[in-house]
Design a protein around this ligand. Sequence first.
Ligand code: AMP
Ligand code: ZN
Length: 469
Amino acid sequence: MAIRFFNTLSRQIEEFIPREPGHARLYTCGPTVYNYAHIGNFRAYIFEDLLQRHLEYRGLKVTRVMNLTDVDDKTIRGCRAAGVPLAEFTQPFKNAFFEDLDTLRIKRADHFPEATAANHIERMISMIGTLMEKGHAYRADDGSVYFRIRSFADYGKLAHFNLDELRDGVRVRSDEYEKENVGDFALWKSWDEADGDVGWDSPWGRGRPGWHIECSAMATGILGEELDIHCGGEDNIFPHHEAEIAQTECVTGRPFVRLWMHCKHLQVEGSKMAKSAGNFFTLRDLTEKGWTGREVRYALISVKYREPLNFTFDGLSAARSALQRLDEWMMRLRSLAVGASGEVAVEGAEAFDLALDDDLNISAALGAVFEMIRDTNRRMDAANLTPNEAAYLLRWLEGVNSVLVFGPDVEPVSEEVHQILERRAEARAAKEWKLSDTLRDEILALGWIVKDTKEGQKLSPAAPVAMHH
Ligand code: AMP
Ligand code: ZN
C-alpha cells in the first residue's frame, strides 16, 4: 500500500511521491535558541522524528535539515539583557537543545544550519537581491527591505485565504506606516540601536535578515530549490511558511515544496501552555520530577499529529504503565525464545505498518502493538505460544522499535533472575562450582547468558535481539 499524508497545501490526503524515487528531502523548522525548548516544541520535533523514522522503515532514504534560529528579535533582546555577545548568549541553549534531543531519542538531522553562519547570510542577501531585481521587494523609509505580497498572485495558498479579503479585514497599525501593505513582511531589517553589535553589511546597509528568509535560504541552500516535505507546528503556517513559499517561488520560479505537514498545538491540562498559567514545562522540568525521556516521548508521540494533544500528568502515568507492560512482555518473550530453532510468523503483525502508512495514524499503530501484547500474553498464560513464535515477535518488535523508539534504555531483568544471580554469587564465594553451573543454566532458561568478569556477573540476552536506539 502507498504511504499517504495530509497536505496542508491541498487540504487533502495524498500519496507521498518524492521527486527522486526512494529519497525524501525534508526540512523542519527548528528552535529559536533564546530559551530552553518547551514540550510543545518537542511535540513538533517528535512528530517529525516519527515521520522520518517511518519513511526510513519503509525503505526510503531521508535527508533532513533542521535549522537553528540564532538571530531574531528574541535572541537579540536576550543577549542585550544578558549583556553578552549574541553567539555567547545562544550557545548554552543550542547545547541544551541537543541534549534534549538525545533524552527524547530524536534522531539527529543530517544538517543543523545556523542562521548566522556566513554562507547562509550570504545566500539570504543574494535571494533578497534577486527579489529586488524582479520587483518583488522594495526598500521602505527606514531602510528595511520588505516583500511585496501583492506581487505574488499565489500569496495565501497555504493558509487558504484570498489577498483581497485579507486587505479589507485588517486594520493598518500606525507603527507600520512605512510599508506599502500591512501584510508585507521584512526580508532585511535595517540596524537600529536595539540591535547593539548584531548586524551584517548588505547592499541595503547594515542590518539583519528577517526570520522567514532565513529558512528559505537554509532550506534551498542545502536541499535544493524543490523540497519533498516541509514541516512545523500549526502556528508556522501563517505567516512563516506562507512567506517562505512567496519568497522562494519568486526567486526560483518553481514550486518550493510538494508536501506541507503541520502538527496541532500541544495543550497542557486542557489549556494553552503559558508561563503565567503555571503550566509551562520544559523537558528539564519533567525529568526533575522523575519522569524519563522515554516516558515523555511516549506521551508526546501517542496522539496523532493532526489531533490536539492534551498533555497531563495522568497521561504521563498512563505512558509509564504502558511501557511497563511492554517491558514485561519482552521479558516473557525472551525466556520463551531461548528454545527457538527458527521463526514462525504471528498473525496481525503488519497492522502496525499499515496504520502509519495512513497519515501516521499512531493511535491505530499503538493499538496494533498492544493488541498483539494482549493476545500473545494470553497465549503464553495458556502455554500456547511456541519459542519460534516468540523469536519472530522479538524481531518484529525490533522493527516497531526502530520507528517508535519506545524500548527500555537497558534490557529489563526480572526479579527472578536477580534472585538467582544473588544465590549464584554466594555459591561462587563459597566455591560451590557445581551449584554455580546449575544456577547459570537456570538463568539461561530465563533468557540470559551470564558471564563472570572481574567486576562480577554480567548478563547479555540469549536471544539475538537488542532494543537500542
Ligand atoms: P519556535 O522555537 O517558536 O520557532 O518553535 C519551534 C517549533 O515548535 C515550530 O515548529 C513551532 O510550530 C513548534 N511549536 C511551538 N509551540 C508549539 C506547541 N504548543 N505545540 C506544538 N508545536 C509547537
Ligand atoms: Zn522556519
